[in-house]
Design a binder for this molecule. Structure first.
Ligand code: PGA
Ligand code: ZN
Length: 426
């Protein structure tokens, strides 16, 4: 029991339906403390999802939002979660999360809905921070001071575009910047140079953007895409400050029946795909590769981690799940941290803690269906993660950068840009 409890008692929860950046409905939650203070959080949604993620409850009524409505999840917040946690101390995050986990009673939160639970969990943390008069990153950690290196997703493919590029995200990683602000300036230069390169080569339609705000040119070959990106970095004079990273999202080009990867028009075995990756790593200064193999191809992850010598990030492979990190942790060397994959902030923080103990890197991540809520920026600094990915352009992405720019100025001399120490800033 904390002191001064009355000031911090949860008095109500309001949940409403809002729209995400794909115009799909999602949930916004306000957790109230007393009559004057509340914390708000929006729930993002993935499209390229892992099979072990927390369950998202959608209404299924095809006449309204094509079945994607979140009315049932909202009713679960109002009728089931609220009675259980109103009256609790808002600072008691773990017990609040445990109460929701117990109420749900399933391993993947399919009873109350992972989307309902994470909304309340995140809004609780915001409300607690507000009630304490602290920014969220500071409420989470008295030692929060590391600004993450952004993985800027400038060429989009996979499920997040309508082109035929197999990799979902081809990114620059400005590890040589001195500050987060400088990483944004480098990002601006490269993005605009890339626009010119792509539109002069493929025409103006090539610079339409995908779901995460990066270009979605009509390219099939990963190397062709990389050559343009490298050129954009070179013409802007930033080559010594920039490395590269991918989200291969290989689950989505794996053919489970044939047990082969259908990549760039050919069926490839795990070893053939690994050979392709080895060649990429030899050709370009690549720092990071996410989900290089199917989410259940443990052997593939193992080989990639041992043989590529770079950061191998588990997204669908680990689903931000502490149990999966324990079971599979040795097969990769970094965690993609997505709050709604596991469903509560406490479990997300457990996943981060467990990753640090495995000497893992941590990359805090958006979902492809984001909103204007920048909570992941606060959490990235709050856990001193060292890396963040939040797509490229458009406001649901830049709001995260804007929050990081704000935090960097707020921290002043205490701010430390993770830079080349992105995997372990200490
Ligand atoms: P998602 O994609 O949000 O659609 O899952 C992002 C990713 O795979 O990293
Ligand atoms: Zn991914």
């Amino acid at each position: 029991m904390y002191l001064g409890r009355e000031r911090f008692t949860i008095t109500g929860i309001v949940a409403r339906e809002i729209l995400d950046c794909r115009f799909n409905p999602t949930i916004q939650v306000d957790v109230w403390v007393g009559n004057e203070i509340f914390g708000r959080a929006d729930v993002p949604a993935g499209r390229s999802r892992g099979e072990k993620e927390a369950w998202e409850i959608r209404d299924g009524d095809k006449k309204v939002y094509g079945g994607l409505g979140v009315g049932r999840a909202i009713r679960n917040i109002e009728d089931r979660i609220a009675p259980a946690i109103v009256g609790m101390d808002v600072r008691d995050q773990r017990n609040i999360d445990l109460a929701m986990i117990a109420l749900d009673g399933t391993p993947n939160k399919q009873n109350i809905g992972g989307n309902a639970v994470i909304g309340v969990s995140m809004a609780t943390a915001r409300a607690a921070a507000n009630a304490c008069g602290l920014p969220l990153y500071r409420y989470l950690n008295a030692n929060a001071h590391v600004l993450p290196v952004p993985l800027l997703n400038y060429i989009n493919g996979g499920r997040l575009t309508s082109n035929d590029l197999d990799f979902q995200e081809i990114c620059i990683f400005p590890v040589g910047a001195e500050t987060f602000r400088e990483s944004m300036i480098i990002g601006w230069d490269v993005y605009n140079a890339l626009r010119d390169i792509l539109s002069s080569k493929y025409g103006k339609l090539a610079v339409n953007v995908g779901d995460e705000g990066g270009f979605a040119p009509p390219i099939v070959s990963t190397k062709e895409a990389m050559d343009h990106l490298v050129r954009a970095v070179e013409v802007t004079g930033h080559a010594d400050k920039v490395m590269y990273g991918f989200d291969c999202a290989a689950t989505h080009f794996y053919d489970a029946e044939k047990k082969m990867y259908k990549f760039e028009g050919e069926y490839r075995t795990r070893t053939e795909l690994l050979d392709f990756y080895k060649d990429l790593v030899k050709t370009y200064p690549i720092a990071s590769m996410e989900d290089p193999f199917d989410e259940n191809d443990i052997e593939g992850f193992d080989m990639a981690t041992k043989e590529l010598g770079i950061q191998i990030v588990g997204d669908d492979f680990l689903c931000t799940n502490p149990k999966l990190i324990r079971e599979r942790g040795a097969r990769c060397n970094a965690l993609l941290l997505k709050f709604n994959q596991v469903g509560t902030l406490s479990e997300t923080l457990d996943a981060a803690e467990s990753s640090y103990r495995h000497q893992f890197g941590i990359m805090v991540s958006e979902r492809s269906g984001e909103t204007e809520d920048p909570i992941l920026s606060d959490v990235a600094v709050g856990i001193n993660a060292g890396q963040i990915k939040t797509g490229a352009t458009r406001s649901e992405r830049t709001v995260k950068y804007n929050r990081l720019l704000e935090i960097e100025t707020e921290l002043g001399d205490a701010a430390l840009y993770a830079g080349r120490l992105f995997r372990n800033p200490f």
